[in-house]
Ligand binder design. Structure first.
Ligand SMILES: [Zn+2]
Ligand SMILES: [Zn+2]
Ligand SMILES: [Zn+2]
Ligand SMILES: [Zn+2]
Length: 86
């Protein structure tokens, strides 16, 4: 891919990649795994493919809807629920 212009986060380096979540073009320094450093902070800790919108009530991990289950009004991530504690 060919990116023109500078990184949309630091605005200092030439953009070399695109965050697949927010579609910002970013430089190497602002790339964390496959997403930008901003999305990386709110990425689901389980699948790392979607933004998280809730936190596990047991371990506190940020997870997305697909990676959590609701048990008695509590949000439990798949990591915790697969440990057989519920
Ligand atoms: Zn950058
Ligand atoms: Zn992003
Ligand atoms: Zn997820
Ligand atoms: Zn958990």
């Amino acid at each position: 891919m060919n990116f023109s212009g500078n990184c949309e986060i630091c605005e200092k380096e030439a953009a070399e990649a695109e965050c697949f979540l927010c579609k910002r073009v970013i430089c190497k320094n602002c790339l964390a795994e496959n997403v930008c450093i901003i999305c990386n902070e709110t990425l689901c800790a389980v699948c790392k493919k979607q933004l998280s919108d809730r936190a596990c009530n047991i371990c506190g991990l940020l997870v997305c809807e697909d990676c959590s289950v609701k048990i008695n009004e509590e949000t439990i991530c798949l990591n915790c629920s697969s440990k057989g504690r519920f």
